[in-house]
Design a protein around this ligand. Structure first.
Ligand code: AHG
Ligand code: MN
Ligand code: MN
Length: 334
């Protein structure tokens, strides 16, 4: 029988590196995995249960909210609020922090998440995902507060995503590399399928929404024109790939190499993506896999968040590709 290493075993193995560990973090990651399995089931059957389509509201970022955005949000809140591991949560789908009800014990971790990323694609059956980040509580307040949420990416103790695609994949890092687990629905377990993922230093894929070109600053247009004409060592020009789900676009580039760009433009001085629950976790994962994640000028991990839903430009991917964009951003040309 093939030895199948489960996510639970992997987390326990990680926990053994910390002799004083209480097991609380292990329990939290397992609970996140449980919530993701429930969402995977909802996403798989979305077309059957009248849960596709718009929820009839917009979120604090002004995005149209889909029914599945709210379903995913509620699943995570309901599963995680009762575990005793969290002191507070923050979600794309809630303007304010989510406190742990008094009827449940509070813990020492903070959970920040995008319950369903790429949800504009969900009705078309295109891959979507969840993105999450975990911090330690830093305040003295038993039930946490905004100060525990507004921590820089460098303080994350864990970041991860789940891609609900052709298979359901759980990818995470605790600072010891990036590891991927594929859900085996026949046993309901995530099985190790991508151990120690390394992002190639140079890719051949660029991901950017060229529909925004009329708003781009010159350095972005010049970079995209260059990347479309440049021929990397392997002799093939770069390929354009853009799914419109950050988690799916990033996952492809993580495996194959490449660059994802959502830069600032004339109408969006800070781009579109949110720092806390999109850029920061993706940046932790990218760097753990040997890649880079910046605004084009500064590393994502160094930014001190000022607001829960603040936006940031995100340039993330293979090291050499991100460095090339940064040269254009500061006015250099090859
Ligand atoms: P969300 O569905 O959580 O609001 O995120 C959507 C984001 C991200 O997933 C994707 O990269 C980006 O929006 C696509 O934006 P455009 O449609 O403007 O290209
Ligand atoms: Mn998102
Ligand atoms: Mn979302």
């Amino acid at each position: 029988m093939i030895r199948r290493h489960t996510l639970t075993e992997h987390i326990m193995q990680e926990q053994r590196k910390y002799p004083g560990a209480s097991g609380g973090f292990t329990g939290l990651l397992s609970d996140i995995a449980t919530a993701s399995k429930i969402i995977a089931r909802e996403v798989r059957q979305a077309g059957l249960g009248n849960i596709l389509g718009a929820a009839g509201s917009t979120n604090v970022s002004g995005d149209e909210v889909k029914k599945l955005d709210l379903i995913a949000h509620e699943i995570f809140v309901n599963v995680l609020e009762r575990t005793g591991h969290l002191c507070i949560m923050a979600s794309e789908e809630d303007e304010d922090p989510i406190t742990i009800p008094d009827r449940f014990p509070a813990g020492k971790y903070v959970f920040v998440f995008d319950p369903l990323d790429g949800s504009s694609n969900i009705d078309a059956n295109v891959s979507v995902g969840t993105i999450f980040s975990i911090f330690r509580k830093i305040s003295t307040d038993e039930r946490g507060g905004m100060v525990d949420i507004l921590q820089p990416a460098s303080e994350q103790i864990c970041a991860g995503y789940i891609v609900y695609g052709s298979s359901t994949l759980f990818v995470y890092t605790v600072g010891h590399g990036v590891h991927g687990f594929t859900l085996d629905p026949t046993i309901g377990e995530y099985i190790l399928s991508h151990e120690d993922i390394r992002m190639p230093d140079q890719g051949q894929v660029f991901s950017i929404n060229e529909g925004n070109r009329s708003r781009w600053f010159d350095y972005t247009s010049d970079y995209v024109d260059w990347i479309k004409s440049s021929v990397p060592d392997e002799g093939r020009p770069y390929t354009a790939r853009y799914i419109g789900s950050l988690v799916a676009d990033f996952h492809r580039n993580l495996l194959y190499g490449g660059i994802f760009l959502y830069p600032e433009d004339r109408e969006n001085p800070n781009g579109k993506l949110r720092l806390l629950y999109e850029a920061a976790p993706i940046a932790f994962l990218a760097e753990q896999a040997g890649g880079l994640a910046t605004t084009g000028e500064t590393s994502i991990r160094s930014i001190e968040p000022a607001e829960l839903h603040q936006k940031v430009s995100l340039i993330v991917g293979s090291r050499n590709d991100v460095l090339a964009y940064e040269r254009f951003r500061r006015g250099d040309r090859p």
